[in-house]
Design a protein around this ligand. Sequence first.
Ligand SMILES: Nc1ncnc2c1ncn2[C@@H]1O[C@H](COP(=O)(O)OP(=O)(O)OP(=O)(O)O)[C@@H](O)[C@H]1O
Ligand SMILES: [Mg+2]
Length: 236
Amino acid sequence: MGYVIAMAGKGGTGKTTIAALLVRIMKEKKLGSILAIDADPNSNLGEALGIEVKESLGEILDDIGSHPEKVPVSMSKDRFIEYRVQSAIAEAEGFDLLVMGKPEGPGCYCYVNNVLRGIMTKLINDYDYVVIDNEAGLEHLSRRTTRTADALVLVTDATAVGLRSAKRISDLAHKLDIKIKREVTIINKATGEGSIPQDKEIEKISLKGGSLMDLNEDAVSISTLRQIGEKIWHQN
Ligand SMILES: Nc1ncnc2c1ncn2[C@@H]1O[C@H](COP(=O)(O)OP(=O)(O)OP(=O)(O)O)[C@@H](O)[C@H]1O
Ligand SMILES: [Mg+2]
């Protein structure tokens, strides 16, 4: 019931890549229903997962916030917002995807925002697993989604700066009062325990803007993550 895996780490370390690979592995293992959430406003998790998204939550916020007349007379406003969120969820084989985006409009849309928070909580509990790809840093960690994380996955490179940054993010998460049950640090593009190696196959896919669903199943990154990922998705 809503086991939340949240990605964090500094820019460009591999959060989106590892989030997509996790979704792929968990789907292949048939662990249960999966909702992937792209909580990075410069979103590209959809591309990594090879699925097209129609609308982001930000766009829905903008639309309903600035056009309240769009709420059909036959429906309550809350019900309408819920309906719009449901239809924004992209369905793929073995997982769904929701893109948070960012409202562009000038208003605060407080009402819609509050309703959304409730819908997100409900939605998260509708799935067995929720994988949230966040934007770099943690100051921006989407409060709408990441208030609890069963597993916080800290992605870093092997540099001292990277590792310090992962530690800082972890400290901040606790300060922000995000309830974290487990933390797993992954050193990406590196060798050694807890690491995922630099993978030529990922580079090739990344160059042409392809999906990691097409990554060769024996590729070194995915086979390594299959082994170390147990610590992330295993529920106790
Ligand atoms: N193990 C790997 N081997 C080779 N390339 C990788 C690996 N992991 C990630 N990359 C590449 O590194 C780049 C950054 O990865 P990614 O976009 O996943 O990072 P991110 O942390 O999500 O970045 P951002 O902070 O911008 O959201 C991408 O081009 C990706 O293809
Ligand atoms: Mg990313």
